[in-house]
Design a protein around this ligand. Structure first.
Ligand code: SF4
Ligand code: SF4
Length: 427
């Protein structure tokens, strides 16, 4: 796709501003009624999903060009998808999220790169991962675990750790814990170790389309070679990349079931292969990672046409799939929490497809760390308002974003944990 492919439909943005708010029937308070971090922080229409659509229209109609000011707007967006979820409540025509992403691609294609993101891309090219580390250390997290080498042996289940969990030692309890829980349930897994590529998703969201394709081709080849029928990952970002960004960019993991670790653990608990028996007395709230939740739903490519009726009404034929984020992974993590004796789940106001972003997407932490931290702090405050003792998530990027923001603000009263770590305490 290209920005031009969205031109016709983009003109049907009616500037209703629904992309800035939760739907009215989900609003519980004024304080937590907004859904888009960019417009909430910068309070100017251009920063909203609809504002990005207007900017795209201006560029496409030759009424404007990519200036430094416009770049500031374009890259201050986590690509969290909240705008699209609410926009699609009224129309399937306008895709503010896809347009926001295409604007980033357009900047890069015109050589107008955001400097911090350009540096991050160079590191990916140099090292093959998003963490700027030598790939030779990529297998270290698995030391001592009985995992198969999927580069040499056929495996049914390929465990994809992802860059963040592979290299960030503080997160190793999550990635090692995931494998240990699977072993406990009798599921044997293979890993690619130092041959595991970056999924490419974070670079796709920074505006680097080609980088995603390079990573996807490598992973598809390796997955096919090891014969895996299931690809499981504990990283919500990698999961969303496999579910949406790969098919969006024309890469097909056909025949391979993609699972987030929370989906597989939920299944194993339902099958009684894992039995959380130890009491973990804790009041918790759960943060839906964008790329596991609303952006974790299956991407259905659409090929059709827009038809004008009665001169003004526009419809898509066949009807475009309505991506409202409702088919994401919402219940499996909650089922796990409910299965742990002693755990009490208290929900925040913005949940599931209307969850507030953690701040870590779209290259925002590299380019605008203050904006990323502000976004995370907003969520921490919302979590604290539930009276919970711990904020549980299912993504290493969310966990890091929250911990960094909590550290900076001295909010040490509330625990921040991955769901895998919590489940391990019950077994
Ligand atoms: S992008 Fe959608 S929700 Fe936002 S102003 Fe336009 S039509 Fe309304
Ligand atoms: S993707 Fe998220 S941050 Fe970007 S405009 Fe939409 S709601 Fe706002």
């Amino acid at each position: 796709m290209a920005l031009e492919d969205y031109e016709f439909a983009a003109q049907y943005c009616v500037r209703c501003s629904l992309c800035k708010w939760l739907p009215i029937d989900f609003v519980r308070s004024w304080r937590y009624a907004k859904n888009c971090p960019a417009i909430a922080r910068y309070d100017f229409h251009a920063y909203s999903g609809g504002g990005r659509v207007v900017a795209a229209n201006s560029l496409l109609q030759g009424r404007g060009e990519i200036t430094e000011e416009l770049m500031e707007v374009i890259f201050r967006c986590q690509l969290c998808g909240a705008c699209q979820t609410t926009c699609h409540l009224i129309t399937e025509l306008v895709d503010p999220l896809e347009i926001a992403r295409e604007l980033k691609f357009r900047c890069v294609e015109e050589g107008k790169e955001q400097p911090e993101l350009a540096a991050a891309r160079k590191e990916l090219v140099r090292h093959g991962n998003s963490q700027g580390r030598s790939q030779s250390a990529r297998r270290n997290w698995a030391r001592g675990l009985a995992v198969k080498d999927a580069n040499r042996t056929k495996v049914d289940v390929l465990f994809f750790a992802g860059c963040k969990l592979s290299f960030d030692e503080s997160l190793w309890p999550v990635v090692r814990g995931s494998v240990e829980l699977l072993h406990k349930a009798g599921v044997s897994v293979g890993i690619l170790g130092r041959e595991e590529p970056c999924c490419g998703g974070r670079f796709f969201d920074m505006g680097y389309r080609k980088e995603l394709s390079r990573c996807a081709k490598t992973l598809l080849k390796k997955t096919k070679a090891c014969g895996a029928t299931t690809l499981v990952t504990p990283c919500a970002c990698c999961y969303g990349t496999f579910k949406q960004s790969y098919p969006m960019a024309g890469h097909d993991l056909a025949g391979v079931e993609v699972l987030h670790i929370s989906e597989l653990l939920d299944r194993l608990i339902a099958q009684r292969k894992l039995r959380p028996r130890k009491k973990v007395p804790m009041r918790v709230t759960y943060h839906d990672p964008c790329r596991l939740g609303r952006l974790g739903e299956e991407y259905e490519p659409w090929e059709g046409e827009y038809i004008k009726k009665l001169g003004v009404v526009c419809v898509s034929e066949p009807q475009k799939p309505l991506r409202r984020g409702t088919e994401g992974v919402f219940e499996p993590p909650r089922n796990i929490l409910r299965s742990i004796p002693g755990v009490e789940l208290v929900e925040m106001e913005r949940i599931k497809e209307y969850a507030w972003c953690c701040g870590a997407g779209g290259g925002v932490p590299q380019a605008y760390p203050d904006f990323a931290a502000w976004t995370a702090c907003e969520r921490l405050e919302e979590a604290r308002s539930t009276g919970c003792e711990a904020l549980i998530t299912a993504c290493p990027w969310c966990e890091t974003s929250f911990k960094e923001a909590a550290g900076e603000n001295g909010e040490n009263g509330m625990g921040i944990l991955d769901i895998v770590e919590l489940l391990r305490r019950a077994l």
